[in-house]
Ligand binder design. Structure first.
Ligand code: F0G
Length: 454
């Protein structure tokens, strides 16, 4: 990690504005302790998400001028389609404005096929869309994910034993593998696990879908951690992973290295036709799917740049560097480090707070107030729910995600984050109070809820 050097030079820049702690206290209060309501100008380091927040390359920016904005038959779509076909091996490529619209269109086609959507862990939008269509959802991450002290190389895997039992006993419409497993610590999924999942899906006649937002980061881990892959190129590993899937949807805001965009891919023409019919209702004509021609150009280039090993090495090393700093500073972080983010176990860090007082949200708010760092709760605010009888269901982990935008922050920004967090831990931890939900919404409540200190 001593050679953590950015494999790029900075050509264009954005200022960071400084705020005082007193100012941030006021800002936080006005935002009802919900960091999604805070203006980015009031954030010093923004680790809320890696979605659409990356820096585009000079080549991507240059490609925007060459884009073809024709409504139908745009040349930019041809480039986009050919690139996705080449990288994924899928024949039918359908563009969408972002990942969740791709998943919604795809899920709509499986409503009659079964009762359950089963996954290593569904992301929040996929879960909400599935439930909105009336599916029951079942997450079965591998047992190693819950063993905090165990360093397992692929904690993002699905539990194959539980999967077979589920496929045998329940009516399953679709199995979705999220690579990397965002809601489970950005942990990678091994190719062996993808292949075994495929075999089980074939045995029980259930399609396998990859939620492949971070397909290239996942391939990097396979190359580095799984035996037999060190000499394969990232492109080969990516292709082999996609070969196992019957369907895929991708948010291009992650490994598409773009600010907007997404796509879904299928192998059968009838399914493709049906998806396109729905696409026209909500996203637009199938040669732009809610995107401008310039977005299609940027994604087509981003999908190639993301396969570069120098880029991936720096990306994954940066996450590992921040993880190492926090580990040495005594933070309970999920280990080994995953792809796009470092996850702090808020239940362990704030052991004096019961789960009912949302330790993850308390930590997120406190870190913002202390150091102007915006992070995201991945715990019971995001995944819990209030039942009709008022009973609260809590999530299995209370995590705080420090998510690294792509090609945006340097090592000194990461040092600011780790130094601030360590000083926060030394000075303030015992004073942190719990949080209560004051106002909630039926879907994706982390985006819009209001909170207050208890
Ligand atoms: N699937 C996964 C695994 C994701 O991480 C996301 C988005 C989506 C689907 C939906 O894609 O945002 O383009 O509609 N994740 C972002 C995040 C929002 O912060 O992790 P989208």
């Amino acid at each position: 990690m001593e050679n953590l050097i950015e494999p790029y030079k900075i050509k264009s820049l954005e200022p960071i504005y400084w705020t005082s702690r007193e100012e941030r206290k006021e800002i936080l209060k006005k935002a009802h302790l919900n960091l999604f309501f805070i203006s980015s100008k009031n954030v010093i380091i923004d680790l809320l998400t890696d979605s659409g927040t990356g820096a585009m390359s000079a080549n991507q920016w240059a490609s925007l001028m060459n884009a073809d904005e024709s409504y139908a038959g745009s040349k930019s779509f041809d480039l986009f389609e050919q690139t996705v076909q080449e990288i994924t091996g899928f024949k039918h490529v359908i563009p969408t404005h972002q990942g969740r619209s791709a998943e919604r269109i795809l899920l709509s086609q499986f409503k009659q096929n079964g009762e359950y959507i089963v996954s290593n862990t569904l992301f929040d939008t996929t879960r909400a869309n599935s439930e909105d269509y009336g599916f029951k959802v079942l997450d079965i991450p591998c047992p190693e994910f819950f063993k905090d002290d165990e360093v397992h190389p692929f904690k993002g895997n699905i539990d194959l034993i539980a999967l077979e039992k589920t496929l045998k006993e329940k009516s399953v419409a679709l199995v979705i593998l999220t690579i990397t497993n965002n809601s489970a610590g950005a942990q990678p999924v091994s190719l062996e696990n993808i292949k075994e999942t495929k075999k089980l899906c074939q045995k029980y006649f259930v399609p396998l879908c990859l939620d492949a937002c971070r397909f290239s980061e996942n391939a990097w881990f396979i190359k580095k951690r799984e035996s037999g892959f060190s000499k394969k190129t990232i492109k080969e590993i990516v292709k082999t992973s996609f070969d196992c899937a019957d369907l895929t949807f991708v948010s291009a805001k992650k490994d598409g290295l773009s600010h907007i965009g997404g796509f879904l891919c299928v192998r059968e023409s009838t399914l493709s036709e049906n998806c396109k019919n729905r696409l026209i209702l909500t996203e637009g004509f199938p040669t732009y799917g809610g995107l401008a021609g310039r977005d299609l150009e940027a994604v087509a280039l981003g999908l190639r740049e993301v396969l570069e090993e120098s880029y991936l090495k720096h990306r994954i090393d940066s996450t590992a560097y921040l993880h190492q700093q926090l580990l040495e500073g005594g933070f309970p972080v999920l280990s080994p480090p995953g792809g796009h983010a470092v996850y702090i176990d808020a239940k362990k860090l704030l052991a004096h707070l019961p789960v009912s007082s949302y330790p993850g949200q308390a930590l997120v708010s406190s870190l913002y107030e202390y150091a102007g760092i915006r992070t995201c709760e991945i715990g019971s605010v995001m995944f819990g729910k209030t039942l009709e009888n008022g009973k609260e269901i809590y999530h299995n982990k209370e995590l705080v995600r420090l998510c690294l935008p792509r090609r945006v922050y340097t090592k000194s920004h990461l040092n600011y984050v780790s130094n601030s967090l360590i000083s926060f831990k030394e000075k303030e931890l015992d004073k942190i109070r719990g949080i209560k939900i004051v106002k909630s919404s039926p879907f994706l409540r982390h985006f819009s809820s209001h909170f207050d200190w208890i």
